[in-house]
Design a protein around this ligand. Structure first.
Ligand code: A3P
Ligand code: MG
Ligand code: MG
Length: 378
């Protein structure tokens, strides 16, 4: 077993790890039945806020909007199955078949796994478990599904002990806010009725648009796939053009000092998630305790770390997160080599991340046969 110390986090201060801006190399949609459509924009949605709250003007009379409306007709997908890296790998197969060459990187994973790593210096409460394998010189990392299922149960129990809203309802509010804030087609092709009708639309989480980016942190190059909630105006044809992605979040409107602290801590996750896929804008729908949408705030992802440094009530340092990630990925590159499957584990409240082999041979269920065959052909 190898251990990588996360604490003390100050050991990662100072240096400025080189980073490369993520660029989209492929994308896919899950359609309205959650069927995978590689290299298809079908489920991309367009950001258009449900109301405008311009300072100095009369407040929009649709305030406050009830985020609970439609809860009974929520078309909620059962996401309890283990999807491994399937959607990401199937899309890479399509993309590589089209352009005839392999995507050569050190690491391939979902954005969620990279978020855990990036936030590790300041996320002491939650643990994580991942499976990793090395194939043709690239490390593939997936979430360990058994661990995910167990922590979901624990989260449920925590939720029911807290005095907050029921967990299912709080989750619905997040998707409801997306439905209120996004359009299926660009604004120019949308009728006024469709824009205003969003309040009565059935909320549904089957469809998703996912972006697959190539990026570098320190000496590690990687391909990361993750969901993007929406785009502002249009998706530029040129992958090098400034991205127009928008990440939507809901959060309780801070009232007390404690709420502020919770929000500043959440901003670490929001920032990390968005930073990794080059999402420049995060839109937060602030709600009351009982799910009334009170106002909307648009944040620039890039400016969040310095805002936290200046006025955060929960202090975290984005630079330390990046430096830590650079060094940790370097460690993974030296540890996960040759045949077999490894576990990457951080126990809750632990000061270290452990990496150990769980299978001597093969690639576990991390890679699909389709992907392996494709790579062996290419
Ligand atoms: P909010 O986080 O805005 O409340 P995402 O923000 O990643 O685009 O996810 C959209 C919504 O899915 C979330 O909205 C939340 O309602 C739900 N969701 C995402 N991850 C979740 C998790 N781990 N547990 C419960 N709900 C989750
Ligand atoms: Mg999302
Ligand atoms: Mg979101």
């Amino acid at each position: 077993m190898q251990r990588f110390l996360v604490e003390p986090v100050q050991q990662f201060a100072g240096a400025n790890t080189r980073i490369k801006k993520p660029t989209e190399i492929a994308f896919f949609s899950y359609d309205s039945e959650h069927k995978l459509k590689p290299l298809d924009n079908e489920s991309l949605r367009y950001y258009y806020p449900p109301f405008f709250n311009i300072p100095g003007h009369q407040q929009d009379n649709r305030f406050p909007v009830d985020l609970s409306k439609g809860y009974d007709s929520f078309r909620q997908r059962d996401d309890s199955g283990d999807e491994h890296l399937d959607g990401l790998l199937d899309t890479l197969v399509e993309a590589e078949t089209r352009n005839g060459k392999k995507t050569e990187v050190d690491l391939v994973t979902w954005r969620g796994m990279m978020t855990r790593i990036l936030t590790a210096p300041y996320e002491m409460e939650d643990g994580f478990e991942m499976n990793a394998t090395c194939f043709q010189g690239t490390i593939y990392i997936e979430e360990n599904h058994a661990y995910k299922a167990a922590s979901k149960e624990a989260q449920k129990a925590r939720f029911s002990r807290n005095r907050g809203p029921p967990q299912d309802m709080a989750m619905f509010w997040g998707y409801k806010f997306e439905t209120l804030s996004l359009l299926d087609k660009p604004w120019g092709e949308t009728t006024r009725e469709a824009i205003e009708g969003r309040e009565n639309e059935v909320v549904d989480n089957y469809a998703q648009y996912c972006s697959i980016c190539r990026t570098e942190i320190g000496g590690a190059s990687m391909v990361i796939g993750g969901e993007v909630d929406g785009v502002l105006g249009y998706k530029p044809d040129d992958p090098q053009a400034p991205a127009r992605w928008v990440e939507l979040k809901t959060s309780k409107q801070p009232e007390h000092e404690r709420d502020r602290w919770v929000l500043d801590k959440k901003l670490l996750k929001f920032w990390a998630q968005s930073f990794l896929l080059n999402v420049p804008k995060i839109v937060i729908g602030f709600r009351s305790r009982d799910g009334k949408l009170l106002n909307i705030e648009e944040l620039s992802t890039q400016q969040i770390p310095s805002k936290i440094q200046q006025q955060g009530t929960y202090k975290w340092n984005g630079n330390i997160c990046i430096n830590f990630t650079g060094q940790f990925l370097d460690f993974l590159k030296h540890t996960i080599v040759g045949e077999g499957v490894w576990r990457i584990r951080r126990e809750a409240k632990s000061t270290a991340i452990e990496v150990f082999k769980v299978e001597e041979q093969g690639t576990g269920n991390i890679l699909t046969q389709n992907f392996i065959d494709h790579r062996n052909r290419l």
